[in-house]
Design a protein around this ligand. Structure first.
Ligand SMILES: [Zn+2]
Length: 836
């Protein structure tokens, strides 16, 4: 007798099933009760072919309650099955050679159904379908799916397939959906509830947007742009890939407070509504972000949905192509934006925020069990991997790169592939050694430490050497990269360099006039870039005068690294920023610098230093707000002011703005903006904070935003006992179902102004992390830790984390240990603690 399967889906189980099962299809029916507390009931028929066997067949099914499996039939005959560790074991003796049908009656577990009072939506990524219904929950057993939903009257529904029938009677609505193309379990999806629908035609295709927004003006203001962006992305992708959109109809659902930016279900993309339906106060970053998330999810229709990774160790592949294609797709729609600069500000700071830490990981990580797949997601695959992909495309040339991708998509269409499958196809098209490139950039973690050795003679370069070294011992890696070194002063020249050795003599720079040299001045070099003393001194005095905006932005990214390595003092950085910001015209750079200033202010300045800085920095922000020429830029300044305000004068002004006694000229605030403002005033214990929160609740019209506000409110209370009770309630998974709500509350609970009273929540939050990973969605563990540690800078807080990590048992999962270390990195640095 073979031993029983482990909890979760192991790679061994997956490989065994892939070798045995074919021609898989699911016919699923769910009845959704009107009472949220009652479970959905379901029936399904699973059809597949299998060779004659005596081995048992293992299905995955792990609802959150016992007794949910009601009846199993194999080929029309009821069978007795065992349920073990979240699986159903079907005896081999009831299966026959060839086609088989398993018919199952069950109740659906709630954990992946995201149920509210009047709507629900599924999220089955990475392997959470089997929390709801029995299936083979792995990415390479693709199936055709048909779906029937029986929902309360007045509800609408969407799913991967087109709606075939819609029938309302006896207080119920029944919807039947067409069968799908072959798709993986993590991409199967449906949503049902009280929705509004917008429709549009573009290029002969019908697009539908389901949503719950009650602000009709907001919907009207955004709808055309949303449909245009989808149509534009589809057109671009069809041309680039040479493959027509593979999934027939195209619907999407703007989910209020969605856990992710978007989720790429074929035919039924889910988005975070605030990311699509923008406020009038949207910034340029938010406008670009919307275009990017639409292009990202649309790219997934090819990269991930049509061709899927065989196993989740390659989940980064679908994410990197989605992000990398999105960057290409978005550019033409924003001709006034400097896209090289945007690539820099969008990807490098976020990638560095993890890659500089002791908790960083490889892009491609091993994965033994899909239960742990959620821990693979993060900035390394979303932000570092596109940087690596750009290097790869640069190395091999864009035509060869595109042709390789076309070949890959065509060969594996509706199937699965691995990174080695793709890299072999690309390698055939270039003399470069892509396997060696992949080993350093993809299979290993960390970033090189890049240095500059500069010798000047009478203002000209006599000798320039770039160095790189591996931050970790015993590896000696060299990160082969094509970069552009900025050389100059106010005027900058970009010198191309192939940085493919520990030391590279940049002969092309000899004789050039230079007041500074910046290795990543062209926005390409990836690493911990150290300035030579001459360049550092010059940039700290003269950065605002550098004419090239990309080099300026790169210099800011480099100087922030220097703050974190203690080469530049935080207050020197803030002082330089206060001088530079009033003359900086690029909105993306202003936003990036202000984001660093927030960190320098809240995280790296002690409370007494902050009190000294506030009267100096707030007028800069007020002036920036007043003099900004566009509403997008005004919004950037306003949010910085709102987040950093401390002086009584500014708080009084913000309170008048919140009371609508005073307008911000040129900026229209939305309901979301007023909620945020009320929360920021409350956490500062501004005058009448409690009354402000009461009034904000009464003022809020949209029911979803109102529910979220009510949930978060106790975390803002001036009464510590209320905050304790709010935090204690998070121990119950039922109170963690709305992850964005939880994170918003945690950020205020741990606000720097409340850090003294919130240190006590750190250890219990660390202790909960394993359960958070087990019960939450993919991004939740890291965000949980970020929200918990983000407001802290004290040695006491750092010591709690350090002690916790030091005492972890040897079998504690490495990915979670890394989550803690990367989330704690800023805290450790701010507290002056040594790196682990
Ligand atoms: Zn994605």
């Amino acid at each position: 007798m073979k031993r029983d399967p482990d909890i979760g889906i192991t790679e061994a189980l997956a490989r065994d099933r892939t070798s045995r099962i074919s021609a898989l299809r699911y016919d699923l029916a769910f009845t959704v009760p009107s009472e949220r507390t009652k479970p959905l009931s379901g029936r399904e028929a699973i059809r597949f072919a299998i060779a004659a066997t005596t081995e048992p067949l293992i299905l995955d099914y792990a609802p959150d309650r016992a007794g949910f499996l009601r009846r199993v039939e194999a080929n029309g005959v009821e069978v007795a099955v065992r349920q073990v560790n979240g699986h159903i074991i079907v005896p081999g003796s009831v299966l026959r050679d060839g086609e088989n049908t398993l018919s199952i009656d069950f109740n659906a577990g709630d954990a992946s159904l995201n149920r509210g009072d009047d709507f629900l939506y599924t999220i089955f990524v990475p392997a959470r379908a089997h929390l709801a219904f029995p299936c083979f929950d792995q990415p390479d057993l693709k199936a055709r799916w048909s779906l029937f939903l029986d929902v309360p009257d007045g509800w609408l529904a969407l799913a991967n397939g087109a709606e075939l029938e819609h029938d309302s009677r006896d207080g119920r609505t029944r919807v039947r959906f067409a069968g799908t193309e072959p798709i993986a379990t993590y991409l199967f999806a449906f949503a049902a509830g009280k929705f509004s629908v917008e429709r549009a035609e573009r290029d002969g295709r019908t697009f539908r947007m389901f949503h719950r927004e009650t602000d009709a003006a907001k919907v009207a203001r955004n709808r055309d742009a949303i449909f245009d962006l989808h149509a534009g992305a589809l057109k671009w992708l069809e041309a680039y890939t040479g493959i027509r959109y593979p999934f027939g109809k195209f619907d999407f659902f703007a989910v209020p407070a969605f856990q992710f930016g978007g989720m790429e279900h074929p035919g039924a993309i889910f988005y975070n509504a605030p990311g699509l339906l923008l406020d009038e106060s949207a910034t340029q970053e938010q406008l670009l972000g919307r275009a990017s998330v639409i292009a990202h999810e649309t790219s997934h229709m090819w990269f991930g949905d049509l061709v899927t990774m065989r196993w989740f160790d390659d989940v980064w592949m679908k994410e990197v192509f989605a992000n990398y294609m999105a960057a290409k797709i978005v550019n033409p729609a924003f001709p006034s934006v400097n896209h090289e600069l945007r690539f820099l500000t969008d990807y490098y700071p976020s990638a560095y925020a993890v890659d500089r830490t002791a908790g960083t990981n490889e892009i491609r990580q091993p994965l033994a069990n899909l239960n742990d797949a959620g821990t693979l997601y993060g900035a390394i695959i979303y932000q570092k991997a596109p940087i690596v992909m750009r290097q790869l495309e640069t190395l091999m040339g864009s035509d060869a790169f595109r042709d390789g991708l076309r070949q890959y998509l065509a060969r594996y269409a509706f199937g699965n592939a691995t990174w080695p499958d793709l890299i072999r196809m690309l390698d055939d098209r270039t003399p470069e050694d892509l396997a060696a490139f992949s080993r350093v950039w993809v299979e290993e973690r960390g970033r090189p430490i890049i240095g500059t050795e500069l010798k000047l003679s009478q203002g000209r370069i006599e000798r320039l050497v770039l160095t790189q070294r591996d931050p970790y011992e015993n590896r000696g890696l060299v990160w082969n990269q094509r970069i552009q070194v900025a050389v100059g002063g106010r005027d900058v020249r970009l010198v191309p360099v192939q940085l493919n050795a520990p030391r590279v003599d940049v002969r092309a720079a000899r004789g050039l006039p230079a007041q500074f040299v910046l290795a990543n001045g062209g926005g390409l070099a990836y690493g911990e870039v150290h300035l030579d003393p001459t360049s550092s001194k010059w940039l700290l005095s003269n950065l605002p005068s550098v004419g090239d905006e990309l080099t300026r932005a790169s210099a800011w990214v480099t100087l922030w690294d220097a703050v974190l390595t203690h080469d530049v003092k935080p207050d020197a950085f803030v002082t330089l920023a206060a001088r530079a910001l009033p003359v900086e015209r690029n909105e993306l750079t202003v936003a990036r610098v202000l984001s660093y200033v927030r960190d320098a202010y809240w995280r790296y300045s002690a409370p007494d230093v902050r009190a000294r800085l506030a009267p100096a920095i707030e007028p800069v922000l007020r002036t920036g707000l007043a003099s900004a020429r566009t509403s997008t830029l005004k919004s950037v300044w306003f949010s910085a002011l709102r987040d950093m305000a401390q002086t009584p004068a500014t708080l009084e002004w913000l309170t008048r703005v919140w009371r609508q006694q005073e307008a911000v000229p040129g900026l229209t605030l939305s309901e979301t903006d007023y909620i945020r403002l009320a929360e920021e005033l409350a956490v500062r214990d501004a005058g009448g904070a409690s009354a402000i929160l009461d009034q904000q609740y009464a003022r809020t019209k949209n029911p979803d935003r109102k529910a979220q506000f009510a949930f978060v409110r106790p975390a803002l209370s001036a009464n510590e006992a209320d905050r304790d009770a709010w935090f204690a309630a998070l121990a119950d998974v039922a109170n963690r179902r709305h992850e964005p709500w939880v994170l918003e509350g945690l950020r205020y609970l741990h606000h720097p102004l409340r850090a003294g009273s919130s240190v006590k929540y750190i250890e219990p939050s660390l202790l909960l992390l394993r359960e958070i990973q087990r019960t939450g969605d993919i991004f939740f563990p890291k965000r949980w830790m970020d929200a918990t540690l983000g407001g802290h800078q004290s040695a006491a807080a750092a010591a709690i984390v350090r002690t916790f990590v030091d005492r972890l048992p040897p079998d504690y999962p490495l990915p979670l240990r890394r989550v803690i270390l990367s989330a704690a990195d800023d805290l450790f640095r701010a507290a002056g603690a040594a790196q682990p």
